[in-house]
Design a protein around this ligand. Sequence first.
Ligand code: AMP
Length: 396
Amino acid sequence: MVKVMAVNAGSSSLKFKLYEMPEEKVLCSGNAERIGHEDAIFGIKWADQSEKKILPILDHARAVELVVQAMLEKGIVKNMNEIKAVGHRIVQGGKYFSHSELFNKDTEDKIESLIPLAPLHNKAHLVGFRAFKKILPDVVNVAVFDTAFHQTMEPQDYVFPIPYEYTEKYDCRRYGAHGTSHKYLSEMGLKYLEGIKHPRIISCHIGSGASITAIKDGACVATSMGLTPLGGIMMGTRTGDLDPSVMNYLCKCTGKSVEEMYQIFNKQSGFQGVSEVSNDSRDVLKACDEGNEKAILANKLFIRRIADYIGQYYVRLGGADLIIFSAGIGENSARTREEVCEAISEALGVKINKELNSSIRGKEALLSTNDSKIKVAIIPTDEEVMIARDTFSFYK
Ligand code: AMP
């Protein structure tokens, strides 16, 4: 039995989960938020207990110290040598990483060189990694990339139709994101596809960030997010795909800079922008029920974008055997699942058991009826366990 930690470091946060491997037993999980502030928050859950404190956490190294301290205090580990490996979620692995990699100088340098492609994320991941290295210098550190699963795409699926010089010189291409989640979903989905020789899966990771991936024989062939997680379907605050001239036109209309408009496309668009109600689909759906027309439009747009991508990937895969709904909205919103299935039912012959669908939240279930041409399932995603599995495989 080996203790392995999965870590997701953001610019001001650090989420962690400690596993006993290979059993995949969760020993504890927690989060440091508002790192850099006097009134930061540190929370930890273990066994049936939980604790939350407000205290100064001025940097990530302090956050790691708190994690270590809490684990010792609560008796989750007797000494820190019990933790043999730490897996770090890395959003952008660029063209370099098609699988997880041991953290060494080369890995660190490459992640650093990719900062321009994911400025907030990669920088924070490195800060997190360095903080762990400082506090736990002898453990195995592994980088698990959000983009790795999508590296199997063919050039016609990842090259943008821009001057090829830019593709080559600046590595400007589709990388996708949520790869760890899509990989998990595609593996979990196989149980519904026994006897199918070349399984074709469309996985819909629909949360506040959302992406759809086409998977054939366990490998990604296409994914909706692009150079960054801004592309693809509409999201909580992000536009998803747009005619590129929208940027130019709106900058001229508003006098805002490209950078300002880029921030608006990332942080004030999607559900938030169209509905003018909220970035949270729960609030938007509530406003729909109250007859708010902008909320109704936002929801229709969202469903249309998802349905369009499913249609596109149905063609890309030459059919589909399973559609998976996952993440915050996909796992919890029966209405969204029903409306998406309704939108694709005529063309693709998808049928779900509506009663079952409306009774299920956050749990795995097969929703499609026996006469549906494509199976439809809810599968709760688990990116952390994938990080722990990959990390453990390096330790072994
Ligand atoms: P995630 O990013 O995967 O954690 O998903 C978070 C999002 O899931 C929230 O912003 C909500 O929009 C959405 N969500 C969670 N529960 C529900 C629900 N019961 N109905 C609709 N949306 C939900």
